[in-house]
Design a protein around this ligand. Structure first.
Ligand code: FPP
Length: 246
């Protein structure tokens, strides 16, 4: 199995490597159900896979990886599951930060502060900050993230600048909007992966994914493998990207 994915890495055409891959990690609950476990065990199993995929992304020479950990819609789940996810995500960051720092990963959380428990953001930033000198792999964790919420915050910030006369309405361009998103300064995703057989975007990077290629698999996130991840890159390399042109 180990060699399996390494031989696939060797097949990657470095000249056509995607710069940014964004993943919707779906199917933890169904995986748990399938194994007669509680949903929270599905999320726990999912964290192990996040670790493997981050390692593999680094090995493959990927520059940006964004993973959808918790959406603004996820607050609608049971209190037990929400609290478990909040704790699991923060604990995983705290447990992994030393390794991430050592391995050249630059990690940041993208999302809104709204509804997060007091102090949560501070703990996230304290830990992430330790990695901000790194530049091998930029890892974004979309946490309390919603694409529409992101646009609302960007528009509010732009409107404030317009009100103060810092920015004229006619100066608002696509670039200005991109520069006010959580992903400011980062390239848009070239490839968006979603696991578990669902074929939708679910409020993920809605502005940034306009010209992304999409790759779907029926595999549930806890069963997603390094080899499958590399296969998504190989498939991407076969696509013809036209960006609306002929
Ligand atoms: C979707 O499966 C998964 C989530 C909402 C949470 C994903 C979070 C993790 C894997 C933890 C990530 C942690 C870090 C540190 C990045 P689902 O619950 O919607 O599954 P279902 O559709 O089968 O019910």
């Amino acid at each position: 199995m180990e060699n399996d994915y390494k031989s696939l890495i060797a097949k990657i055409d470095k000249t056509k490597m995607p710069t940014h891959i964004a993943i919707i990690m779906d199917g933890n609950g169904r995986w748990a159900n399938k194994h007669g476990l509680k949903r929270i065990n599905g999320h726990k199993a999912g964290v192990k896979v996040v670790r493997e995929i981050v390692e593999t992304a680094r090995e493959a020479g990927l520059k940006y990886l964004t993973v959808y950990a918790f959406s603004t819609e996820n607050w609608g789940r049971s209190k037990i599951e929400v609290n478990y996810l909040l704790k699991l995500i923060l604990d995983s960051l705290i447990n992994e930060i030393d390794d991430l720092v050592e391995n050249g990963v630059n990690i940041r959380f993208i999302g809104t502060e709204e509804h997060l428990p007091p102090g949560y953001d501070v703990k996230v930033e304290e830990n992430c900050r330790r990695s901000w000198h790194n530049s091998e792999l930029y890892l974004n964790v979309a946490m309390n993230y919603g694409g529409r919420r992101e646009l609302v915050e960007a528009i509010q910030s732009i409107a404030n600048k317009t009100k103060q006369g810092i920015l004229q309405p006619e100066e608002i361009t696509e670039q200005v909007i991109s520069d006010h998103l959580y992903t400011a300064g980062m390239p848009d995703p070239d490839l968006v992966i979603r696991t578990s057989g669902e074929i939708r975007l679910s409020n993920y990077l809605i502005w940034q994914s306009t010209y992304s290629e999409f790759w779907f698999t029926d595999t549930l996130w806890p069963e997603f493998t390094r080899a499958e991840f590399i296969q998504s890159i190989l498939d991407y390399q076969e696509r013809k990207r036209r960006f609306g042109k002929r």
